[in-house]
Each structure stands twice: as structure tokens, then as C-alpha cells.
Design a protein around this ligand. Structure first.
Ligand SMILES: Cc1ncc(COP(=O)(O)O)c(C=O)c1O
Length: 480
């Protein structure tokens, strides 16, 4: 017996579930490796990883300006011969200016930075937030992180003091939250989003979950909101945000707003929690001073899609100085976020401006990615409309569709015989038949008795959508 085994490693890790990289994803990688080795026995030629919002794995091109600047940051010798890059690779003069400026602030992307990030980059984030929200932001409240995941991890470590510490988590949700709470051995207090209202927040459901948890003795401390939603894509109206803030005030809850999809909005407009909170504070002076809000953003999503570079930030509002000191200590234990990722955060929040040499191409690429995502979402949604027993609201945002599926009783029996839930069974058969990897709704949580799956709409082309439609028909024919 090895010294470490499943019986004696941290049981909280064993308990954690993270379906977006679970059994289906592992199997899809095995298929990908087999195809790469020339395996011709599979009924498909390509694996489509629609299980995870990983834009560049699915052909989204990096924004040229960002990568040009990064190339100079990684190899500052390029600054010695800008003409070569200008003449042969289409670099523009502002690429070199920006790279020089970034290097002057971090010295080298190979050096550790200050724990909460390079101060000048935090200034840029504050300027971006001020412009976005119309209210001042203070760089000292901003922490650059290795993606939003690392920010969430930091905050959850601070919030979860005992197994009795409870956090209200939306269901369905991106499983980072439930998995992290399992690892930290804290209590997840689920609140259900309302599918009949385009997956909006339902205050009554929130209140009922909160009050039940409190009566069970849970110390509910925080409410997590994912806006725009994952897996739902829902984008909250300002009114909904206001009621969450009122609820947080009434129940004395920290608000954690995961806003990584803030630029992936097709319907309506993104409203930030910070902006809405500041408005409420201005309208009723004093009333909302006690609100503690942390909001998070990332370079992983949107038109940037640089998730492999691991960059993001969070902004703290209203936290007590002694708590901030512990947050600072916690982030400093990991030294700093990747500095190249920090540079990308700076570029994301401070892209080329109108009139600057790189602006035109930047804007063209940005708009092209946005409209491409919207077109793909619409095409997939149209395909769902043709699938019997599949219902899906209009695409609203983020990178996902999360349809309801109604499966015949034969499928439920076959699933039970394999020890799977019916949605897992469906997704497994879909992968085996088509190479398309999606995630069963059970990986995000769903109302008992309902079934869903989540798919990204990032994959290019329409062939994969066609094979999903065909699979569905065959599946229904087989199990009806
Ligand atoms: C809602 C949500 N939050 C956070 C993350 C993690 O993002 P990052 O790559 O910035 O860690 C994701 C990734 O899919 C997400 O969907």
C-alpha cells in the first residue's frame, strides 16, 4: 500500500465535484489522443470540446495587438529592431510604446511583482472601472489574480471560517463554487434560479433558502451571483441587482459578484454590482454604507479569451481593514499573479484608443469575435428548436446554452442500469457517437426531476451542430 491512498488523502478533495473537467472530459481527451495517433475505428474525425469556455482551443483567434505587445514583453530584444516587425509582421508603433511602458512598470515579465499586482496596472484597472461605472475606483482596493478562479479561491478562504460558514450559491452554477466549498469544508446554501424567467434571480427562492439554512443553524455569510450567468447566460436587469443588494443588506451578507462574462452580453446591457451599489449609495446616503462587495473579472472570456494566460482581478468595496490585511496576507503567500497575465489585464482594460495606430485592427477583430459568437449562439439555438423534447430560451450572453431535455423512460432505465443519471447517460452517448463533449446539467445543479446539458457555442462551423441534431433523433428512436 502506498503511503498516500484514497483512504487517507484529504477527504474534502475526494468529495469535491467538478463536472466540466470530469469523466466525459477525460474520455474526450482519450478520443482526441487516439485520433491524433490515426485511430480510424471511431465514428467521428474530430473531438469538439463544447464542455468548457476555452475560446482559443476552439479557433477564436487571439487579438493581434495583445499578442504583438506580449511578444515584445517576452523578448525585449525585439525593441532593438522595430522596423523588422513593422515591415514584415504588421506591428504598429504603439505596440512598442505600450511594451516599453509595461516593461518600465514591471521591469521584466520574469520577475515577481508586488503581491496584489503591479501598481501601475492596478491604476489602469481603477481608471477602467471609473469609466465603466461612472464612480471613482481606488487602486488600493484592486487585486490582480491568476484568473478569476484564484480570486474566488482567495475570497472563499477568507470567508469560510468553519464547516458552519454558509454561502448562498446559485443553482445551476459554475462548479468552481460548490467544488471550492467542498474543499474548504464549508456549507453550500443553494438558491435556485428561475428557468421560467430566463434564469433570473428569484428573491423568494433566495429568501427561503437563506431562512431555512439559518434555522438549521448555518452561519450564512455571503451571497454569490454570477452575472452574466454560467451555465445560463442570463444577464441581470438593474432592478434584480438592486434587490440582491437590498437582500444582502437585510441579511448582513457579503456580496460576491462574478462578472467574468461582462462583455459577453447579447440581450440588454451589463450592469455591474459596483455601479449599481454606488448609485444606491448616492440615492440614499448612509443606507448602504455597510455593504461588503467583491466583484471579479478575467482575461479568460469575452473577446480577449486569453484563459491560458491566467489573469484577472477583484475589487473590494466596504471590507474592514483587518479583513483586507488578511486578504493581502493570503495573496502574498502565493507571491503574485503571473506577470504576463497581469500585462494582459492591463491591455484588456486599456486597449488601443481611437486614433492610435493599432485601433482599427483591434476594433475590427473585437467586433468580429463578438458577432461571430452571437451568430454561433443563434445557429445552435435554431438547431435546438428542431430537436424534439429540447427547450432552450433565447441566447442572452456568456458562452453557453443550457437547454432542458426531456428523455424517454427507456433512457432513464438504461441510465440507471449503468449507474448514471439520465443526463449523464445522454451526454456520454453523445460523446461516443459524435465526439462532441458537453456537460450534463447535474454538473451544475438543476431542479429535481428536470434534465439539462450545457454546451458552449464557441465551436466554429455547422457540421457539429448537424451531428448533434442527428444523434438526438437516433437517441430518441432507440430509447422511446
Ligand atoms: C462564472 C465563471 N467564473 C470564473 C471562471 C474562471 O475563470 P478564470 O479563467 O478567470 O479563472 C469561469 C470559467 O469558466 C466562469 O465561468
Amino acid at each position: 500500500m502506498t503511503r498516500l491512498n484514497a483512504e487517507n488523502v484529504n477527504p474534502h478533495i475526494i468529495k469535491a465535484k467538478y463536472a466540466v473537467r470530469g469523466e466525459l472530459a477525460v474520455k474526450s481527451e482519450e478520443y482526441r489522443a487516439a485520433l491524433a495517433k490515426g485511430d480510424t475505428s471511431l465514428p467521428f474525425e474530430k473531438v469538439i470540446s463544447a464542455n468548457i469556455g476555452n475560446p482559443q482551443q476552439l479557433d477564436q483567434k487571439p487579438i493581434t495587438y495583445f499578442r504583438q505587445v506580449l511578444s515584445v514583453l517576452e523578448n525585449p530584444k525585439l525593441l532593438e529592431k522595430p522596423d523588422v516587425l513593422i515591415d514584415n509582421f504588421g506591428y504598429k508603433s504603439d505596440v512598442f510604446e505600450r511594451a516599453k511602458w509595461l516593461l518600465s512598470k514591471c521591469n521584466s515579465v520574469g520577475a515577481y511583482s508586488a503581491s496584489a499586482g503591479v501598481p501601475a496596472f492596478k491604476d489602469s484597472v481603477a481608471a477602467f472601472l471609473e469609466k465603466r461605472d461612472g464612480f471613482p475606483a481606488d487602486p488600493k482596493d484592486i487585486y490582480l489574480s491568476a484568473g478569476a478562479s484564484s480570486g474566488v479561491n482567495t475570497l472563499l478562504h477568507i470567508i469560510c471560517a468553519t464547516p458552519n460558514s454558509g454561502l448562498l450559491i446559485p443553482i445551476p452554477q459554475y462548479p468552481l463554487y460548490t467544488a471550492s466549498l467542498a474543499v474548504l469544508d464549508a456549507t453550500c446554501v443553494p438558491y435556485y434560479l428561475d428557468e421560467s424567467k430566463s434564469w433570473g434571480t428569484d428573491l423568494d427562492a433566495m429568501r427561503a433558502s437563506h431562512d431555512k439554512a439559518v434555522s438549521d443553524g448555518v452561519d450564512v455569510r455571503c451571497i454569490v451571483i454570477i452575472n452574466p450567468g454560467n451555465p445560463t447566460g442570463a444577464s441581470l436587469a438593474e432592478e434584480d441587482i438592486r434587490s440582491v443588494i437590498d437582500f444582502a443588506l437585510e441579511k448582513n451578507l457579503v456580496v460576491m459578484a462574478d462578472e467574468v462574462y461582462q462583455t459577453n452580453v447579447f440581450v440588454g446591457k451589463f450592469h455591474s454590482f459596483k455601479g449599481v451599489l454606488r448609485k444606491m449609495q448616492a440615492e440614499t446616503p448612509g443606507k448602504y454604507d455597510a455593504i461588503e462587495l467583491v466583484s471579479l473579472h478575467s482575461i479568460s472570456k469575452g473577446m480577449v479569451g486569453e484563459c491560458g494566460h491566467r489573469g484577472g482581478y477583484f475589487e473590494l468595496v466596504g471590507f474592514a481593514p483587518e479583513v483586507v490585511a488578511q486578504i493581502y496576507k493570503f495573496v502574498s503567500i502565493s507571491l503574485c499573479a503571473p506577470v504576463i497575465g497581469q500585462c494582459l489585464v492591463e491591455l484588456m482594460v486599456n486597449p488601443p484608443k481611437e486614433g492610435e495606430p493599432s485601433y482599427e485592427l483591434y476594433q475590427k477583430e473585437y467586433d468580429g469575435i463578438f458577432s461571430g459568437l452571437k451568430e454561433r449562439a443563434t445557429a445552435l439555438h435554431e438547431a435546438f428548436k428542431t430537436m424534439e423534447g429540447v427547450e432552450c430560451g433565447d441566447p442572452q450572453g456568456s458562452m453557453y446554452l443550457f437547454p432542458t431535455i426531456k428523455l424517454p423512460p427507456g433512457a432513464a432505465e438504461a441510465a440507471a442500469a449503468e449507474g448514471r443519471t439520465p443526463d449523464e447517460f445522454y451526454c456520454m452517448r453523445l460523446l461516443e457517437a459524435t465526439g462532441i463533449c458537453v456537460v450534463p446539467g447535474s454538473g451544475f445543479g438543476q431542479v429535481e426531476g428536470t434534465l439539462h446539458f450545457r454546451t458552449t457555442f464557441l465551436a466554429p462551423g455547422t457540421a457539429w451542430v448537424g451531428s448533434m441534431v442527428q444523434f438526438h433523433k437516433d437517441f430518441l428512436a432507440k430509447y422511446s
